[in-house]
Write a protein that binds this ligand. Structure first.
Ligand code: GLC
Length: 513
């Protein structure tokens, strides 16, 4: 039970938007290194960096042309080593992103495969003859449009995402050997873990049959068609990877982006012989409602060991906006975050949520997400959650001295890190307090969670070891009898404990003992 990752708080850095050291308007590795102090102050345990490998950036780095090198826009391997060393000096673990479902169309394997029908490289991807004039089947891309594009000789290749992201054929042993080698490359450099992109992908149904009812992709999360994802064989890949990570010293870990909304299916990926963790996206899907949250949490704790908790990331509309926006959205966001931080398992935080940032309005002419481009603007895409971090209130916001690749959100000046620092009522200082308290209590808490009675809009839970967490999703203040004598933390002003009765303002979480 001592492995660091079991209850680690992990902070996602979207590399393009966290800190730009060289003034080109795009974040980079030196920038991340220069701001790691923010993460140490915040009190997280680990940082997950999105892909920084060589890439034409059709999907902003999730289209990898060389998984063993750094894109010049982000730095070089020496910059990565320096970042890793500085993180370790500050006591932070580093998790890097692997993208094994597909490569970039600029990957040397695919360049050769596309050009030469006779090349053995074709068998490392999914090339198939068409059906009549059309593609081999009716699959659609997660990003919109068909999942097939044509090579000059007329053959079609499969891409579940952008046409610049051809899917590997995981039924080809060359692909397995390559990825084991990529893992070794980064493990040897000293990384503490891997986030595995589209971990429920990789294998496709061997016959590539039509989807009975092709699902619309209007919801990024809805793409769970049985033929394209979550095949029985995929976990064998992670069994092999687990044998590899276990052969290294120092508790290296893997967390899978298993984008399935059925937590029973997600649980198949996690075990002592498979992945250490998988993202649990059911929380992000749950409305801000006490009973709905309880149901999600109970189900997750019952089947996912350890549990993980995801409210936001670089693919999802920011939770402050999902929860209604503005002060209300921020207040609810803090209450939900404090609830998740009180639970066993691993919360994953997304850059900027510690500031209470909202989804930014990005004008159509500045949008860059392939979802926006492939749907011809029918879907806004994910740019709004990827706008740069505001560190200061000044122009450039301490992020860049150049032109930022995406505009800042309208709330950037008001919610900048240096504006909130020192203001005890700010979202940022509330995160810092909660994380410090969580860390202080950590060694005293067990995995057991007991639900105690409370009013319908209120959750009252007791963690084994004594932490009591009360979350109200009500619109009015509530009074709750609690088995506690001390109020430790509250996400909003106005909480009071007297004679075992907690008075809790609307949309607030309190921690007590
Ligand atoms: C994952 C990433 C997303 C990316 C997609 C394709 O879902 O989180 O950003 O676009 O995979 O690699």
């Amino acid at each position: 039970m001592s492995e660091w990752w079991r209850d680690a708080v992990v902070y996602e850095v979207y590399v393009r938007s966290w800190m730009d050291a060289d003034g080109d308007g795009v974040g980079d590795l030196d920038g991340i290194r220069s701001r790691l102090g923010h993460l140490a102050d915040l009190g997280v345990d680990a940082v997950w960096t999105t892909p920084f490998y060589v890439s034409p950036m059709a999907d902003h780095g999730y289209d990898v042309a060389d998984p063993r090198d750094v894109d010049p826009q982000f730095g070089d391997l020496a910059a990565f080593d320096a970042l890793l060393a500085e993180a370790h000096r500050l006591g932070l673990k580093v998790i890097v992103d692997l993208v094994p479902n597909h490569s970039s169309s600029a990957h040397p394997w695919f360049v050769e495969a596309l050009a030469d029908p006779a090349s053995p490289m074709r068998a490392r991807y999914l090339f198939r003859p068409g059906r009549g004039d059309g593609p081999p089947n009716n699959w659609t891309s997660v990003f919109g449009g068909p999942a097939w594009s044509q090579a000059p000789d007329g053959a079609w290749y499969l891409h579940l995402f952008d046409s610049a992201q051809p899917d590997f054929d995981w039924r080809n042993p060359d692909v397995h050997a390559e990825w084991l080698d990529v893992l070794r490359f980064w493990l040897d450099r000293g990384v503490d873990g891997f986030r595995i992109d589209v971990a429920h992908g990789l294998y496709k149904h061997p016959d590539l049959p039509d989807q009975p009812e092709p699902e619309a992709h209007e919801q990024f999360a809805a793409n769970t068609e049985a033929q394209a994802w979550d095949q029985p064989e995929v976990v064998e890949v992670y069994e092999a990877w687990r044998r590899l990570t276990d052969s290294y010293d120092g508790d290296r870990m893997m967390v899978g982006e298993v984008f399935l909304l059925d937590v029973d299916k997600v649980a198949r990926y996690v075990s002592d012989a498979r992945l250490h963790q998988a993202f649990n996206f059911t929380v992000f899907q749950t409305p801000f409602d006490a009973q709905a949250l309880r149901e999600t949490i109970e189900k997750s704790l019952a089947v996912l060991h350890p549990a993980t908790w995801v409210l936001s990331n670089h693919d999802l509309t920011r939770h402050v906006t999902r929860y209604g926006g503005g002060q209300l959205g921020r207040r609810r966001g803090l209450a939900a975050t404090a609830l998740l931080l009180a639970l066993p398992g691993s919360p994953y935080l997304y850059q900027g949520e510690e500031l209470g940032l909202e989804e930014a309005e990005v004008p159509p002419e500045r949008r860059t997400d392939p979802i926006f481009l492939r749907t011809h603007g029918a879907e806004a895409g994910r740019d709004g959650c990827r706008t740069p971090m505001p560190w200061t209130a000044e122009p450039g916001h301490g992020f860049t001295t150049g032109d930022p690749w995406l505009p800042f959100g309208a709330d950037a000046a008001a919610l900048a890190v240096d504006v909130q620092t020192g203001d005890p009522s700010s979202v940022l200082e509330t995160y810092r307090r909660l994380l410090a308290r969580r860390r202080a209590l950590r060694s005293t808490l067990g995995d057991g969670v007991e639900w105690l009675p409370g009013p319908p809009d209120v959750l009252v839970l007791r963690r084994e070891g004594g932490l009591v967490c009360v979350t109200s999703t009500a619109a009015e203040p509530v009074e709750v009898r609690v088995p506690a004598t001390e109020l430790l933390e509250s996400t909003a002003a106005g909480a009071e404990l007297a004679d075992g009765v907690l008075t809790l303002p609307a949309a607030t979480t309190a921690w007590l003992r």
